[in-house]
Design a protein around this ligand. Structure first.
Ligand SMILES: Cc1ncc(COP(=O)(O)O)c(C=O)c1O
Length: 389
């Protein structure tokens, strides 16, 4: 009887409509408009071999299935797989590789991704070369006969350097590589890599997709049949699934993704412009500023420039002082929540990256990073102004 209530998404539904409705339908047993948290480990079968498509909670869960369908549509992919964290999602992608394979990775990749590749996966006869993927000729030079994957983060964390997604995907096609894009920083509101030819998109849903700093999770959105089949198998085999409650939280988060991201974009642009004129700030890194070396590329492949800003205050002491003096902004790891967070990447998010590597990629000790929230931007400017004073 609830069938008539099911929201039928128009085939050309716009982004915010997709965020709100994709993958969700009124609960078949009650009509509840919000997908319930199916907090169950198993499902009763009518008789041997007869069930409703759900056998065991690691393998199938309706709340997780709803968020997976939701995220797959949001990214424009064919299937989504939700994992216990962003790192578990990246770990699952790595299982597409076989011993002896080589991967080219954006040199300024998230520190945890570098750690997984460098300290864990390199023990399994996989090799990784870190390249400035904003210069694709360097990627081409790094390709060997065993290269199978190009793993790109754009914009990068925290340097905010961009990779040309269209050109990267052309290159990947030419050399028969899988193009994987970690789209955590931009969010699908600002950038949809599959439209440019990416094969796999991954997110730490912990960040913008959930958006409220109250869940840890990850997702892989896939486009190719063989990857979909394998990821489904690996999700069940390794078992690093997203819990029903976290699935529900992410679903709630994506309902407001479009409105949150629009405000993150406005606030970050406002703060970046303020910082750029501040005498104590040496440099501001934000793709929305004309001074950003890849501003034109950002305009081409991004709908908005995101909520992340990095700025250089000249010395490590000055960076520590800003982080200490802010009052409204919270000194904390992570990003993508509604509240503004400030951090010192070299000592916090990127402490696992050796100092020489950090310096080589421009991640200096005097760099401060802000995940700009959706507070009133005037309050954020006042807070930064007093901290810089
Ligand atoms: C770009 C990026 N990818 C992946 C991750 C890992 O996500 P999680 O912390 O959910 O494991 C992070 C975490 O900060 C990140 O910033």
């Amino acid at each position: 009887m609830y069938r008539s209530w099911i929201v039928k998404l128009p085939s050309r539904a716009r982004f915010s409509t997709v965020c709100l409705h994709a993958g969700q339908e009124p609960d078949p047993s009650t009509g509840a408009i919000v997908t319930p948290i199916y907090q169950t480990s198993t499902y009763v079968q009518e008789e041997l071999g007869r069930h409703k498509g759900y056998e065991y909670g690691r393998t199938q869960n309706p709340t997780r299935l709803a968020v997976e369908r939701n995220l797959a549509e949001i990214e424009g992919g064919r299937a989504g797989f939700a994992f216990a964290s962003g790192m578990a999602a990246i770990g699952a992608i790595a299982t597409l590789l076989r011993s002896g394979d080589h991967v080219i990775v954006s040199e300024n990749v998230y520190g945890g991704t570098f750690r997984l590749f460098d300290k864990v996966l390199s023990r399994y006869q996989l090799s990784f070369t870190y390249v400035d993927t904003s210069a694709l000729d360097r990627v081409e030079d790094a390709i060997t006969p065993s290269t199978r994957m190009l793993f790109v983060e754009t914009p990068t964390n925290p340097i905010l350097s961009l990779t040309d997604l269209r050109a990267a995907s052309d290159l990947a096609r030419r050399h028969d590589l899988r193009l994987v894009v970690d789209n955590t920083f931009a969010s699908p509101y600002n950038q949809r890599p599959i439209e440019y030819g990416a094969d796999l998109v991954t997110h730490s849903t912990t960040k913008y997709l959930n958006g409220h700093s109250d869940s840890i999770g990850g997702v892989v959105v896939a486009t190719r049949d063989e990857d979909i089949e394998w990821l489904q198998f690996i999700q069940n085999s390794q078992g690093a699934i997203l819990s029903p409650f976290d699935s529900w939280l992410v679903l709630r988060g994506t309902k407001t993704l479009a409105v949150r991201m629009a405000q993150h974009n406005i606030n970050a642009q406002t703060l970046a412009e303020f910082l750029e004129t501040h005498p104590k700030v040496k440099q501001v890194l934000y793709p929305g500023l004309p001074s950003h070396p890849q501003h034109e590329l950002a305009k081409r492949q991004m709908r908005g420039f995101g909520g992340m800003i990095a700025f250089d205050v000249g010395t490590m002491e000055a960076a520590y002082s800003v982080c200490k003096r802010v009052r409204l902004m919270a000194l904390a790891e992570s990003l993508g929540g509604v509240e503004t967070l400030i951090g010192h990447p070299a000592a916090m998010t990127h402490a696992s990256v050796p100092k020489e590597r950090r310096e080589a990629i421009g991640l200096t000790d005097s760099l401060v990073r802000i995940s700009v929230g959706i507070e009133d931007p005037a309050d954020l400017i006042e807070d930064l102004a007093q901290a810089l004073r």
